[in-house]
Ligand binder design. Structure first.
Ligand code: UDX
Length: 452
């Protein structure tokens, strides 16, 4: 049986390790954060991700999932080591690889046999080859070899466990038989399940990850720009997306207009691929336009609220209830969430802002420290809307569907409802109580789809 090591217990590493332990591998996960390791050993997940905590606890109970803060332990007990540390964006948009290199040095220092090293984090093209060259240099004069492969992760937050159990594809960039054979063993379950596999070189695997995320970001920015235009010309964006999606060359996915994309991947990866392009003398105009359109989208959402609610060109005296702080539902992650910029924009125009989010408030209080004391955190969507002039729904949490609309509407001072996700488009039970402002429909208050 293969012994698996995972270095870095963020979204990618933790989910990957937990899922591999559920396949029966002996998995050791390492992180430099000792407190996190202590909690993980008690079966407590540091992130909210459906199904993850159960998987961690069953791995711990079965004894084949181990958490450690020791790099030596993870390196020496594993045949294959997945590098899953963060690669955050630097000020200039390039990826910060310092955590990756810390881990690579630890591997070189503690290596005690032949190992397969796998880049699982999103890394700029060429990084896996540089890691291989670096380790070759470090291992010169020893009997050991490091076979470096790139195996990017495509999981979505909120669906991370199910995406890992049944991935859309497995991409392996490997240039040695040892690495290919090892990864075939690790992914034996997926091979049996007929998950599509792509074997290629390391640079291509690295590029596939950036290319996929950038393409999805382009798709979202494209539909968001058309949503803005639709509002002006009397068209309905949801029907446009449906009509476009009927062509399987386009597909209906990722054509949901909204307040702009956020999260730990799209904003960072689009910037990083533009940076890689520049360093190689290629301007990536299409991706740059997607980034610019995303910024425009967030600003436009604030202007739309302002134009509708303003007194004398400002929002002074207005109270806005923001529903949803996370960049998408079923996660507690608020990184690059459009909610942040929309709240900033509203505060900047003088509005009082109340917020509620089913999972994101703890993180928001911790990381959006500049907002502390300037916004009011509430315990429910109903409390958040009390005496508000408008609701701004930013994240499409399912629980919002169960809201008591009559009670909420009666408790408000105004009746504007900005639905940034078109979650209640055409829903008569909501529309009867509010003046409804969807994204990408020309006539405000006009249902996108006729009520049933
Ligand atoms: C993304 C990729 O989907 C995943 O394959 C990759 O591994 C990591 O990055 P994630 O960041 O979890 O996953 O979220 P995703 O569901 O892709 O959504 C990203 C952002 O785009 C969210 O803010 C979401 O609200 C927005 N979005 C998505 C839209 O505005 N419209 C859409 O149609 C789809």
């Amino acid at each position: 049986m293969v012994n698996v090591g995972v270095m870095g217990t963020g979204y990618v590493g933790l989910v990957h390790g937990a899922v591999l332990s559920s396949y029966g591998f002996r998995v050791t996960c390492m992180d430099v954060d000792k407190q996190k390791i202590e909690r993980l050993n008690q079966g407590i997940s540091p992130i909210y991700e459906p199904g993850l905590e159960e998987l961690l606890q069953s791995g711990l109970r079965a004894g084949n999932l181990v958490f450690t803060a020791s790099a030596q332990q993870v390196v020496q007990t594993s045949d294959v080591l997945f590098i899953a540390v963060g690669t955050p964006a630097k000020e200039d948009g390039s990826a910060d690889l310092s955590y990756v290199w810390d881990v690579v040095q630890q591997i070189g220092k503690h290596i005690n046999g032949h190992k397969v090293i796998v880049s699982k984090s999103t890394m700029p093209v060429g990084t896996s080859r540089s890691i291989a060259m670096y380790l070759d240099g470090m291992l010169r004069g020893t009997p050991y070899r490091a076979h470096v492969a790139s195996n990017p992760e495509f999981l979505r937050q909120g669906k991370a466990v199910s995406d890992s159990l049944s991935p859309s594809r497995v991409v392996i960039g490997a240039e040695s038989d040892e690495a290919v054979q090892m990864l075939k063993k690790v992914y034996a379950t997926h091979l049996e399940q007929d998950v599509p596999f792509l074997f290629t070189n390391r640079e291509t695997a690295e590029m596939i990850k950036y290319a996929s995320n950038s393409f999805l970001a382009v798709k979202i920015s494209f539909i968001n720009e058309l949503a803005l235009l639709s509002e002006k010309v009397g068209a309905k964006i949801q029907d446009i997306a449906t009509g476009m999606g009927m062509d399987d060359r386009i597909s209906p996915h990722f054509l949901q207009a909204g307040p702009g994309y956020g999260g730990s991947c799209f904003p960072k990866d689009t910037q990083a691929i533009v940076d890689v392009g520049r360093k190689n003398g290629e301007e990536l105009y299409v991706v740059r336009a997607a980034i610019a359109a995303n910024e425009k989208q967030k600003a436009k959402m604030v202007s739309k609220i302002e134009e509708t609610l303003s007194f004398d060109g400002t929002l002074k005296g207005r109270t806005v209830a923001v529903w949803g702080l996370t960049f998408k539902p079923d996660t507690d992650d608020i990184r690059y969430s459009p909610s942040y910029e929309i709240i900033q924009g509203l505060l900047g125009r003088g509005a009082a802002v109340k917020v509620y989010c089913p999972q994101g408030m703890k993180q928001a209080k911790l990381y959006w420290t500049d907002l502390n004391g300037r916004i009011q955190y509430c315990g429910s969507e109903a409390e958040c809307s009390q005496q508000a002039d408008a609701i701004v729904l930013m994240t499409e949490w399912e629980q919002f569907r169960a809201a008591n609309w009559e009670k909420i509407a009666r408790g408000m001072r105004g009746n504007a409802f900005f639905d940034m996700r078109n979650m209640f488009a055409g829903d008569a039970s909501v529309l009867q109580w509010f003046k409804y402002y969807p994204v990408g429909a020309s006539e405000y208050g006009y249902p996108l789809r006729e009520a049933q």
